[in-house]
Design a protein around this ligand. Structure first.
Ligand code: ASP
Length: 306
């Protein structure tokens, strides 16, 4: 059977004109490292679940992306990390919201799935579970970067709305299908710059920003999370494929169009059990990469690179 993996590092307003070439090269190289961490597992006969965790953990540790190290700041200058994972073979799922000390929130989401009877843990309880599970803990300073601090100050100074700041979007994610035909999805994020009131986005909500079902596909989303929650975007893509027989690309395009019609922006990555993958987004760019057992191996940032 064919394997494949697709990853994203967030959808946003970046264009070839606004993003320096050196930064483009750095982001592409980082995406390739994450993609290759996942594809090495799949090429060796490993499972989709292991592949998506490996890819997302690389992006969490990279401060260029809004997840783990490099996560955006809340309004009060803290970091609250959200993550989710789903196994398409069993439809087992795990997620965390507003975790504050786990170096790799995707691993905490996996622990919730595999070592607790629950699907979604939040806040201090998620932190406590993480310690009990022996996951790597870090001081919150580990997540902080000067660039994210600058973005928070800009948002406050300009009194901008939630979705107005350039490159404010982030989030990382991976979807994969292994050579047994099982799909998996994982998503991890710091959420939105300046978020407050305990705001939780789509990323850790199963069916919104993350979903996997061997009967359809695996999906990870990025963008204006409230719209992905309202459209149950990740589940909707799978449902369209399963019930309407749409291809991964057609289903992803339809749901992104629906989100656009509601006024939302962002993107999704999809992997189907037949080995096909799809990207769809309505922002100027989405950091993304993919590889498969047929030799496909690519990375891109801007829309016109499709
Ligand atoms: N979807 C994420 C959220 O709403 C943010 C993002 O993808 O940039 O938390």
């Amino acid at each position: 059977m064919a394997w494949s993996i697709a990853i994203h590092g967030g959808a946003g307003s970046m264009t070839p004109a606004t993003m320096p070439e050196a930064a483009q090269a750095e982001h592409l190289a980082a995406l390739e490292v994450a993609r290759d961490a996942g594809s090495a597992i799949l090429a060796a006969g490993g499972g989709a679940l292991d592949a998506v965790v490996a890819a997302v953990a690389v992006l969490e540790d990279d401060d260029k992306f809004n997840a783990g190290r490099g996560a955006v700041f809340t309004y009060h200058g803290t970091t609250e990390l959200d993550a989710a994972i789903m196994d398409g073979a069993t439809r087992g799922a795990g997620a965390v919201a507003a975790a504050t000390h786990t170096r790799n929130p995707v691993r905490l989401a996996r622990a919730v799935m595999e070592a607790s009877p629950h699907v979604l843990l939040s806040g201090p309880g998620a932190d406590e579970f993480s310690r009990e599970q022996g996951l790597k803990q870090v001081d919150p300073d580990w997540f902080a970067t000067p660039e994210r601090w600058r973005q928070l100050q800009e948002l406050k100074a300009r009194k901008l709305g939630w979705y107005d700041v350039d490159l404010k979007y982030g989030t990382v994610g991976a979807v994969a299908v292994d050579d047994a035909g099982h799909v998996a999805a994982a998503t991890s994020t710091g959420g939105l710059t300046g978020k407050r009131w305990g705001r939780i986005g789509d990323s850790p909500l199963i069916g919104a920003g993350t979903y996997a079902d061997d009967r359809a596909c695996a999906v990870s989303a990025t963008g204006a999370g409230e719209f992905f929650i309202r459209t149950a975007a990740a589940h909707e893509i799978g449902a369209r494929m399963r019930l309407l027989g749409e291809s991964a690309q057609a289903a992803a395009d339809a749901v992104i169009a629906e989100i656009g019609a509601l006024g939302g922006s962002g993107g999704v990555i999809v992997a189907a059990p037949d080995g096909s993958t799809a990207f769809a987004f309505n922002t100027p760019g989405m950091y993304r990469a993919r590889a498969d057992s047929g030799g496909l191996c690519e990375a891109a940032i801007f829309a016109e690179q499709d």
